[in-house]
Design a protein around this ligand. Structure first.
Ligand code: FAD
Length: 468
């Protein structure tokens, strides 16, 4: 079977790899001259700066699958793991009312009152038990948490988490993005706590692991209690190694070739680029939804309209390196809730996560859902650098100048799973199935925005085609 894969980000490359492993043919078409999409690791002054993702989680459905992929690619020795007792895992902060606050890390800290909260976090359980359920298909995660667990948790914790995970607004993002099971608990049992208790008592059957996701590396990760990991040399090692394997397995990756149209005729897909036309048995598109929409517009305007309605946000990323160890607190970093009304989304303490010599390495993220409001349509690199250095000075009290820096604006880099997203994705998939289109939509616009999610989505899409 001949397959065309659109996009050479981590989803597209994973899909091509899985296809070739099942003896199918694959050509990857990538509009830019680079591999890896948003995964970008830049080496400067002997430091690896990550402009996109920094770390990947071990837990969750996708965690074991990605570790199995690493093992398959022979990357076990490159893994740089952070264990669950490391300060970068245990210590996470939020910036509220012009102060950094450590988030609770132990059962005891949940029982005591610590700022910015005016009550112990555990009191949220009582609010949940006494609040009547609201029957609804979907709502914002902020609305759900405010009603069930209280305003402070919604304002400080939830908006900060949403800004950290997808640079979005908790008042717009669907509760199903992060709390699908808690929402279901309310809908089915009347409250989060009752739902959790009933599920525990019911003894849920153990979910069977997706075939092919077992690996010695995952067993090692579990035994050694890894929480997150990266790769020596940066996460970009993963897409570049995948590309090497794709070539070895007989696949092709055509860089600097932009897809301009996809049409379907007699069960085949016709994929047009500026210079070529490909006929394929199946197309795997890993492009962001807003970029797939125009490609399908001519033949499938209904689905194109749905795809164009999935919004994205842009993020300004400023990587900074300072000489010496300057941080007064070892932590993963801190996030800024929406209540602070700042362009700053958060700062990652890279040099706490990974050895960086006698340096302090930080990544400052700004903008997201509020990019234009705070930064303007097209901020200059100097303006972004000055803002980032200013935040580091004011909040982290580091007043020396950085030794090196990289400023980048990642345009439309993170899709927003706003209220109604899951319904929209279900309608898109139903349309594709009903019209028997040989098309799989993978990538971060649909079933999860993290690295693990998109690799797992690529694997599932390839498995599904195999079963047809
Ligand atoms: C700032 C930032 C920080 C993040 N941090 C984390 C993190 O810490 N942990 C984590 O798990 N995840 C993180 N993520 C998410 C993670 O990076 C993404 O889920 C993942 O990189 C998405 O990969 P993808 O292949 O689906 O899409 P992309 O990387 O967007 O790849 C799509 C590719 O398609 C190409 N393309 C576009 N249009 C066309 C066309 N018409 N024809 C051909 N090719 C085309 C693009 O050039 C691109 O290479 C972060 C993302 C960002 C932006």
């Amino acid at each position: 079977m001949m397959n065309v894969v659109l996009g050479a980000g981590i989803s597209g490359l994973s899909a091509a790899h899985y296809l070739l492993k099942t003896a199918q043919k694959a050509v990857v078409i990538e509009s830019s001259g680079n591999l890896g999409g948003w995964i970008r690791s830049v080496r400067k002054s002997n430091i690896v700066f990550e402009q996109g993702p920094h770390t990947v989680r071990v837990a969750g459905d996708g965690g074991p699958n990605t570790l199995a992929l690493l093992e398959d690619l022979g990357l076990e020795d490159r893994v740089s793991a952070i264990k669950s007792d490391h300060p970068a895992v245990k210590n996470r902060m939020i910036y509220v009312n012009k102060h950094l606050h450590m988030l609770p890390t132990s059962i005891m800290s949940l029982l005591t009152t610590s700022p910015p909260f005016s009550k112990p976090i555990v009191s949220a359980i009582f609010q949940d038990l006494k609040t009547p359920p609201k029957v609804c298909e979907d709502e914002s995660i902020h609305e759900f948490v405010e009603r069930r667990l209280g305003k402070e948790i919604a304002d400080y914790l939830i908006t900060a988490m949403i800004r950290g995970i997808c640079a979005g607004d908790g008042k717009e993002i669907s509760v199903k993005f992060l709390m699908k099971s808690l929402h279901e608990a309310e809908q089915n049992h009347g409250s989060i706590v009752k739902g959790i208790v009933k599920n525990v008592l019911k003894k849920q059957p153990v979910k069977p692991r997706l075939p092919g996701t077992e690996s010695s590396l995952y067993n090692k990760a579990r035994n050694e209690k890894w929480s997150i990991w990266s790769l020596t040399g940066g996460l970009e090692v993963l897409p570049t190694t995948l590309a090497t394997f794709i070539h070895k397995l007989g696949g092709k990756i055509n860089l600097n070739e932009q897809c301009t149209e996809i049409k379907f005729d007699s069960g085949k897909a016709i994929v047009k680029t500026r210079s070529c036309t490909y006929e394929a048995d199946h197309v795997f598109s890993s492009l962001p939804a807003y970029k797939v929409a125009p490609l399908l517009q001519a033949q499938h305007p209904i689905v194109a309209r749905e795809l164009a309605s999935i919004p994205t946000v842009s993020v300004a990323v400023v990587n900074l390196q300072y000489e010496g160890k300057l941080l007064s607190q070892e932590a993963f970093g801190f996030l800024v809730p929406s209540t602070e009304n700042l362009a700053l989304l958060g700062i990652i303490f890279d040099s706490v996560c990974f050895p960086s010599g006698d340096n302090t390495v930080l990544t400052v993220m700004m903008g997201g859902r509020w990019f234009t409001d705070f930064l303007g349509a097209d901020p200059s690199p100097q303006k972004l650098l000055d803002m980032a250095v200013g935040y580091v000075r004011d909040i982290l009290k580091i007043s020396v100048q950085p030794q090196s820096h990289i400023v980048s604006v990642l345009r439309d880099c993170i899709p927003q799973y706003v209220v109604g997203h899951h319904g929209r994705v279900a309608r898109i998939k139903q349309y594709i199935n009903e019209n028997k289109l040989p098309l799989s939509l993978i990538g971060s616009s649909f079933d999860g925005v993290g690295v693990n999610d998109v690799i797992l989505c690529a694997r599932r899409a390839v498995n599904n085609i195999h079963l047809k």
